[in-house]
Design a protein around this ligand. Structure first.
Ligand code: KG4
Ligand code: ZN
Length: 346
């Protein structure tokens, strides 16, 4: 089994080929960072046009690197949402076009499903497991009992974690993209210097919240009238990151409790999404999860952020179950992971 996967829901144009033995034959990821940098955020129109300019070349490059032609493939998978709709359309229409031209089945993938299943690509992992997905658009705890069997235990009631990192980095005048820049800056900072809030601590559900934390950072910046010295910026970055980790740890405790009440035999906790690349957060979460007696699984750093391999792998998982999609499958800007995988299966 061999699948070509396309991802284009945000600012990475990505194409990969993965086989059923979990070999990544090619993983092409083209970042658009330099195109969005001057705007301090991803501009949807620029993103869509850029995907369009590069996607055909990346498909060719992936096929060449994998040393295969289309007859060696079993299906074409693409992100069908959630994400920036112009970009999603570019990737999905490319996949549908390839499907028509080759006769290979088309498989529509929920982007968050790609993140959620990545640990099954990179290692042995049986269902059920608990996933914490932390990206630029989502923060959620998901109980996963099988393909398309996703139950959201808790979610952010406002900003996603990655969004909070990006907005806070902007307040601190750090480079774009903000998440990695803030992590780098925090390495030389004192995480205890600024007393920032820990939203949602001790709440009886598994929801998360990060906008108050970002506002607290803004208040510190405004109090200093924007004149924070280098040391203070590093300390504020470290204090913010530490507060995020504390919030996630508290919420993990609750999510594990809820997960165990539904699945007493479940023994694995996985993380995924761009923020899962943050080493400080990975370490803190690992300690917390191990203390709770669960196995902690994090994908390698290069498979935390958006990539085509996770989409190809989700395609393999779905194709194995016969879950292919018709060519009228819609592109969806919003698509909760626990909503039905609509568009009838052919
Ligand atoms: O999963 P992803 O690549 O795209 C979405 O699905 O949104 O996640 C991107 C998010 C961005 O907000 C980015 O700043 C954040 O992940 N991110 C990080 C780090 N690397 C990426 N946040 C904190 N620390 C990092 N090292
Ligand atoms: Zn993502």
């Amino acid at each position: 089994m061999r699948i070509l996967g396309i991802e284009s829901s945000c600012d990475e144009t990505a194409v990969a080929i993965v086989d059923g033995d979990r070999q990544i034959l090619s993983n092409q990821v083209l970042s658009q960072i330099t195109e969005h940098e001057e705007y301090g955020g991803v501009v949807p129109e620029i993103a869509a046009r850029s995907h369009l300019s590069h996607i055909d070349r990346l498909v060719k490059k992936a096929m060449t690197e994998a040393k295969i032609d289309f007859r060696d493939l079993n299906g074409i998978a693409a992100t069908a949402g959630p994400g920036l709709i112009g970009g999603v359309l570019v990737g999905m229409m490319t996949a549908k076009g390839l499907s028509i031209a080759t006769g290979l089945p088309f498989i529509a993938i929920n982007h968050m499903e790609g993140h959620a299943l990545t640990p099954r690509l990179t290692g042995t992992l049986d269902f059920p497991y608990l996933a914490l997905l932390i990206s630029g658009g989502h923060s959620q705890f998901v109980s996963i009992t099988g393909i398309s069997k996703y139950s959201i235990l808790g979610t952010s009631i406002d900003d996603a974690v990655g969004e909070a990192f990006d907005k806070t980095a902007k307040l601190l005048d750090l480079d774009f993209p903000g998440g990695p820049a803030l992590e780098k800056r925090a390495k030389s900072g004192d995480p205890t210097r600024f007393a920032l809030p820990r939203p949602m601590l001790g709440r009886p559900n598994c929801d998360l919240s990060f906008s108050g934390l970002k506002t607290a950072v803004r208040n510190v910046v405004e109090k200093h009238k924007g004149h924070l010295d280098n040391e203070a910026i590093s300390d504020l970055a470290a204090s913010f990151q530490n507060a995020v980790a504390d919030c996630l740890i508290d919420r993990c405790n609750k999510a594990v409790e809820d997960f165990r009440s539904i699945h007493p035999t479940g023994n694995t906790f996985v993380i995924g999404g761009g923020v899962a690349a943050n080493e400080y957060i990975r370490k803190k979460l690992k300690n917390c999860v191990n203390d709770l007696g669960l196995r902690f699984v994090a994908p390698p750093i290069n498979l935390c952020g958006d990539n085509g391999a996770m989409i190809a792998w989700a395609g393999i998982e779905r194709l194995r179950l016969g879950l292919i999609n018709k060519l009228d499958f819609p592109a969806r800007p919003r698509w909760p992971l626990d909503a039905p995988h609509s568009g009838a299966h052919s």
